[in-house]
Design a protein around this ligand. Structure first.
Ligand code: NAP
Ligand code: ZN
Length: 352
C-alpha cells in the first residue's frame, strides 16, 4: 500500500479538506494513474452531504470524484491495454462481478455487485473506495478508458460522468436526425446533453430556469431556448417532443415536461434530486407517454462515447480550478452558477 494525497469530507456537514488515504499497490491487472484533472459532478455534492442517505448512505471519510483523466505511471504484469505514459480515464465504475447477465451483456452499470469509484465497499482493502479528488488512483485495466489524445484534457474529464450519462439515454431512445429533443437544466449534464443531441442532428430545445443562460445555450448548440418559468412559452411547446432529458439536480415539478411530449414520447430522468417527484397519471396516460431513468453507462459504451467525442471534437466547457477552491465551487453549484463544469487541476494538490 502507499499513501495518496486527497481532499476528503469527514462528515455530511464538514467541508472538504486536505488529507491522505491508503491505496493498493497495482496488482496483476491494475493500472496506476497520476490524476491530471477531475470534474466536479453534482453527485459528488449530493454524496458528500449524504443527500442520498435513503438509497446510498455515505461512508466517511468521503473522497469524491468520478470524472478522472490522467497519465499511467505503473502497470501490473498482466496489463495489456496500457503502458506507462499513456493517457487514461476512469469514470463512475471501477469494478463489477463480471459474471452476471448484465456484465455479460456489457452493461456493467446494472451489475448488482458493481463497485463505484467512491463510496462503495472496497474489495481489496476493506472500507470504502476513494475517488478522484486525489493525486493518483489504482484501477483494474478493464475499467480504465482510452482518451483521444487531441482533446483538451480538462474538458475530457467531465465526459466520464456528465458525458456518458447524457449520451447513453440518447442512444437508447434513438435520438437522431429529425427528432425533437428537450434538455431540462443547463448544468454539467445538461450542457453535454445539448452537445450530444446536436451532434446526433436532432432539433434541440433547452429548458432553463436561468434566463441569463439563453445565449450560452444557443452557442452550445441549442436550436431554441425556453425559460421554464414562462408558462405561456411552455404551453406553446405542448405535445411536440419525442424525447426529453431531465438533468435537474433539485426537487422540481416534472408534470409540465410530461405535457410537452408527443405520442409515445419519453422523458428520462438523469437528475437525482433528494426527494420523490409527484407524477400526474393522466400526463402519462394521454399520448402513451413514458417516464424512465438512466444511470451512467457501461464500459464499452463509455469508450464508444469517448471515441465519438474524439471524432466530433466534443469536450465539456470547463472552469478549471485549483483543489483549494472546491468548497467554493460546491456553493456555486448549488446556485446553478457554473459554466458548465468545474474541472480540478490536480497539480494544485501538490501545494498541500
Ligand atoms: P449541475 O451542474 O448543478 O446542474 C443542475 C442544473 O439543474 C442547474 O444548472 C440548473 O439549470 C438546474 N436546477 C438547479 N436547481 C434547480 C431548481 N431548483 N429548479 C429547477 N432547475 C434547477 O448538476 P449536474 O452535475 O449536471 O447533475 C445534475 C443531476 O444529475 C444531479 O442530481 C446529479 O446527481 C445527477 N447525476 C445523475 C447521474 C446518473 O447516472 N443518472 C450521473 C451524474 C449526475 P438551469 O440553470 O438551466 O435551470
Ligand atoms: Zn457524476
Amino acid at each position: 500500500m502507499y499513501h495518496a494525497k486527497v481532499y476528503s469530507a469527514a462528515s455530511a456537514t464538514s467541508s472538504l479538506k486536505s488529507s491522505t488515504i491508503l491505496r493498493r499497490e497495482p496488482t496483476e491487472h491494475d493500472v496506476q494513474i497520476d490524476i491530471l484533472f477531475c470534474g466536479i459532478c453534482h453527485s459528488d455534492l449530493h454524496q458528500v452531504r449524504n443527500e442520498w442517505k435513503s438509497t446510498m448512505p455515505t461512508g466517511y471519510p468521503c473522497v469524491p470524484g468520478h470524472e478522472i483523466v490522467g497519465r499511467v505511471t505503473r502497470v501490473g504484469a498482466a496489463v495489456k491495454k496500457f503502458k506507462s505514459g499513456d493517457l487514461a480515464a476512469v469514470g463512475c465504475l471501477v469494478d463489477s462481478d463480471r459474471t452476471c447477465s448484465e456484465c455479460q451483456a456489457g452493461l456493467e452499470q446494472f451489475c448488482p455487485n458493481m463497485t463505484l469509484t467512491y463510496n462503495s465497499p472496497d474489495k481489496h482493502l476493506g472500507g470504502v473506495t476513494y475517488g478522484g479528488y486525489s493525486d493518483s488512483i489504482v484501477v483494474d485495466e478493464r475499467f480504465v478508458l482510452r482518451v483521444p489524445s487531441h482533446l483538451n484534457l480538462a474538458g475530457v474529464a467531465p465526459l466520464l460522468c456528465a458525458g456518458i450519462t447524457t449520451y447513453s439515454p440518447m442512444r437508447h431512445w434513438n435520438v437522431t436526425k429529425g427528432k425533437k429533443v428537450g434538455v431540462v437544466g443547463l448544468g454539467g449534464l445538461g450542457h453535454m446533453g445539448v452537445k450530444f443531441a446536436r451532434a446526433l442532428e436532432a432539433h434541440v430545445v433547452v429548458f432553463t430556469t436561468s434566463s441569463n443562460k439563453k445565449e450560452d445555450a444557443l452557442r452550445l448548440g441549442a436550436n431554441e431556448v425556453v425559460v421554464s418559468r414562462d408558462a405561456e412559452a411552455m404551453q406553446k411547446c405542448a405535445g411536440s417532443f419525442d424525447f426529453i432529458l431531465d438533468a435537474v439536480s433539485a426537487d422540481h415539478d416534472i408534470n409540465p415536461y410530461l405535457n410537452l411530449l408527443g405520442r409515445d414520447g419519453n422523458i428520462t430522468l438523469v437528475g437525482a434530486p433528494e426527494h420523490p417527484l409527484p407524477v400526474a397519471a393522466f400526463g402519462l396516460i394521454f399520448r402513451r407517454r413514458s417516464l424512465s431513468g438512466s444511470p451512467i453507462g457501461g464500459i464499452a459504451e463509455t469508450q464508444g462515447m469517448l471515441d465519438f467525442c474524439g471524432r466530433h471534437n466534443i469536450t465539456a466547457d470547463v472552469e478549471v480550478i485549483p483543489i483549494q477552491m472546491v468548497n467554493e465551487a460546491y456553493d456555486r453549484l448549488l446556485k446553478s452558477d457554473v459554466k458548465y463544469r468545474f474541472s480540478i487541476d490536480m497539480a494544485s494538490l501538490g501545494h498541500e
